[in-house]
Write a protein that binds this ligand. Structure first.
Ligand code: GDP
Length: 461
């Protein structure tokens, strides 16, 4: 599906900055030829004499023959390397200028700059890892919580790939059976009965449904839930944002309508990650500057999945609160998750939970720092089960989720087609399902999708 790569690439694989050690990686057919031009083993051996997967000390020199560093060199011979190609790794001293100079020496010797994620992309093309495993590598690098790291590590170990391979195998077994019936109706082949096929499809549907449901957790842990805090001015939205963010990110004031802009923040609630925006109060305002903020707030609600609707119980419930509730009602009808926050519980109450029948409600005092209760409540709305110990496969991004949904819809159609329209339509639907699940782990996926995924990597990975 992909052309083999003709260039030999090089990049600094460790973060740019000062450090004890930095690693420069070179990968490609000509990695050893290129390395020999500027890396001189202390043992005086040529690269071809050096055992694969071994480490040795060498002088690294620039094009003018000046020694840049004494470095440890590791060589991996194709196909037994991360990329499946010949690989040379230079572990040098971790100076910013030094690593740049060594990389320049690699370029002078014939290597070209690696693009973002290009080493891992080559590994994928060489069949060293599936697309979901590659995505998990990004997940490990990006993980902000231990739960996210656990899911990424599980992904790298290939459990989701194994699961999707099994589902693919189950689907193709039914397809094979259907086409055997169509093509050789009279042959006495060993085949599944009609009930057997329905049973097999029910099993596939159950597995796909469990995967589909797992995305609510995976999305919350790995991607973060777009969240908005809404409410009329002065209900305590900024205070709640600061409480969740545990710092003074938003400016808290006593003057209604002073939070004019949408402020973004990523916060951790247990295993869940919230991508939070505070908003200007939802209040029709004559003030033109604030109006911009209010319009933006409504947009933020549209773009959010979780809405923290804040009401100040120390003041009577009024028309503005009613307006907020109407917006929240609309959002919930659209399938968004709503948590009603009754704030200022430290003060005398003018109204309570009775106003919010059917909603999940938490009563708190943001000013007094009731963070744990709020955080637990939010986490509980998205995370089910014990992530660390359950060992279940969990979808961690929208691409995987969309493939599973597509596959599931096609298997469900196939099951009905089997009874209503006949075997050939069922076979076509199942082929569609097989394609969708193949896209998930990258067996069948467009170059554009692959490009998109690997561009999320950093250079050097
Ligand atoms: P916003 O306009 O909705 O963002 O409201 P702010 O967060 O700016 O808060 C408005 C005022 O209410 C500030 O003076 C806060 O200190 C105060 N406030 C916020 N939360 C509480 C609370 O739980 N109890 C009390 N007593 N005051 C609060």
């Amino acid at each position: 599906m992909y052309t083999m790569f003709s260039d030999t690439i090089a990049a600094i694989s460790t973060p740019h900055g000062k450090g004890g050690v930095a690693v420069i990686r070179i990968s490609g057919d000509d990695a050893f030829k290129i390395a020999e031009k500027f890396i001189f083993p202390k043992s005086k051996k040529s690269f071809s004499e050096i055992k694969e997967n071994s480490v040795f000390l060498a002088d690294v020199k620039n094009a003018e023959g000046k020694t840049l560093d004494e470095s440890l060199i590791t060589i991996f011979r194709a196909p037994r390397s991360y990329t499946g190609e010949n690989v040379v790794e230079i572990s040098c001293h971790g100076g910013i200028l030094l690593t740049q100079n060594i990389l320049s020496a690699a370029f002078s010797a014939g290597a070209v700059q690696a693009g973002p994620g290009e080493f891992t992309r080559r590994a994928f093309s060489a069949g060293k890892l599936s697309l979901t495993e590659a995505e998990s590598v990004i997940g490990m690098i990006d993980a902000k919580t231990n739960a996210a790291l656990t899911l990424a590590q599980r992904g790298v170990s290939g459990s989701l790939t194994k699961k999707t391979e099994k589902i693919y195998g189950d689907i193709t077994a039914v397809i094979g059976n259907i086409y055997a019936i169509i093509d050789f109706p009279d042959e006495d082949l060993e085949r599944m009965t009609h009930d057997g096929m329905v049973e097999a499809m029910d099993g596939i549907i159950a597995e796909l449904s469990a995967l589909k449901d797992s995305y609510r957790t995976g999305h919350a842990v790995c991607e973060g839930i777009p969240t908005v805090i809404c409410g009329k001015p002065n209900t305590g939205k900024s205070t709640i944002l600061n409480l969740l963010a545990q710092n003074e990110r938003a400016i808290v004031t006593d003057i209604a309508g002073t939070t004019r802009d949408v402020i973004s923040e990523t916060v951790v609630c247990g295993s869940a990650l919230l991508r939070l925006s505070d908003t200007a109060g939802i209040r029709e305002s004559a003030d033109i500057v604030e109006q911009i903020g209010v319009d933006r707030s409504k947009k933020e609600i549209e773009n959010s999945e979780l809405i923290l609707a804040v009401f100040d119980t120390s003041r009577p419930f009024d028309d503005e609160d009613e307006e907020v509730l109407a917006l929240v009602e609309k959002a919930e009808a659209e399938g968004k998750t709503v948590l009603v926050v009754l704030n200022k519980s430290d003060k005398e109450k003018h109204f309570g939970e009775e106003k919010f029948a059917g909603y999940d409600v938490i009563s708190l005092s943001a000013k007094s720092g009731d963070r744990a209760a709020l955080s637990d409540k939010i986490e509980g709305k998205f995370i089910s089960g014990d992530i660390e110990n359950s060992g279940e496969e969990i979808l961690t991004n929208a691409r995987q989720y969309s493939s599973v949904c597509e596959c599931l819809a096609s298997v469900v159609s196939a099951k009905y087609a089997l009874d209503l329209y006949g075997d050939d339509i069922a076979g076509t639907e199942l082929e569609r399902a097989a394609t969708a699940i193949s896209e998930l782990d990258g067996r069948e996926v467009s170059v554009d999708v692959v490009d998109h995924i690997f561009h999320k990597f950093c250079v050097g990975k």
